[in-house]
Design a protein around this ligand. Sequence first.
Ligand SMILES: Nc1ncnc2c1ncn2[C@@H]1O[C@H](COP(=O)(O)OP(=O)(O)OP(=O)(O)O)[C@@H](O)[C@H]1O
Ligand SMILES: [Mg+2]
Length: 354
Amino acid sequence: MKASNLELYNFRNYEYENISFSDGVNIIHGENGMGKTNILEAVYYFSYGRSFRSGGKEVIKDGEKEARISLSFENSQRKLESDIKFLSGKRKEIYINEIELKKTSQLLGNFICVLFTPDEMGIIKGMPEVRRKFCDSSIMPLRPNYIKELIKYRNILAQKTALLKSRQYETLDIWNEKLAETGSRIMTLRESYIERINQKAREIQNEISGGKEELNLIYNPSVKLKENYLEKLTEYKEKEKENLFCMVGVHRDDIDIFINGKPAKNYASQGQIRTAVLSLKLAETEIIKEETGEYPVMLLDDILSELDKSRREFLISKIKGKQIIITCTDIENYFNDNVNIIEIKDGKNVSSYR
Ligand SMILES: Nc1ncnc2c1ncn2[C@@H]1O[C@H](COP(=O)(O)OP(=O)(O)OP(=O)(O)O)[C@@H](O)[C@H]1O
Ligand SMILES: [Mg+2]
């Protein structure tokens, strides 16, 4: 996977910019608030059709009516050009080779990137929602139908919640059947993905920590794997009528993460958490390589300065042969190879003035 050229038009603090990426390491350098993360955000849009930050119409430059971003990229099969237009009122149009996509899901799998930011420590420390999101976003580019299941589930859940709140119970069983059907499919995919990423991430964590840290991810679904999904929903029917919300189902799943047998959330040190997230992200890239035959583009936001020397060296050794786009505020070159330095100042690519 390779991103070659990015164009930004009224996107965040960019008026118009054109940025070329090289095959290997690309360093986006600049002071705080200059627009480095905005570039990663734009690139990320072409993988997921959404932002990893707030997104929405906030991406349109203040005072402007619309924004556009374009990416030329290459996957193992072909060279493509994709455009995303952001229009006022949350509307967005996505094009591949100038043909408008009917659904965002059609974008998935064309351009695959993996994002690594300090915020991702939330995968270990945060609420279950963060872990579900991590798992779901990792599955999405590999199984484009998965997002359809998630959307379907969310809609059914919203309908059922509305019925509970308005105390209309006649059709509850029908909604439960629909939830069980979609929910079971989501569970199956989550279960196999978590098992797979666990194996890979364990190996990596073991390697980084010199055999001292054993990482373990265990899927902790709301409906247990041996239980019957519909029966479980039926069992909770009366309780749900009292509480007016949907109490069981994949919207309440979690992933339990352990380091050396203890819940990482409560016991792990900052460094161990960073290592675990690093292991998960690298594991994610390995799975993408197995599935698609090529590595994703790695987007690293301010991550090198957060890691200590040995972990930094480990990460650098692991990103050999991949395209990476990395932001930093200090220009210290941790890489021995040739790097493409993109200098950003106040929403402008000033590389040519270096
Ligand atoms: N819609 C918008 N219109 C204009 N400017 C915006 C918009 N959204 C964000 N910005 C500006 O973009 C800048 C932030 O960009 P970004 O987050 O990319 O900075 P950064 O270089 O990554 O900084 P840091 O090193 O602190 O992470 C801020 O100055 C912010 O005000
Ligand atoms: Mg930033």
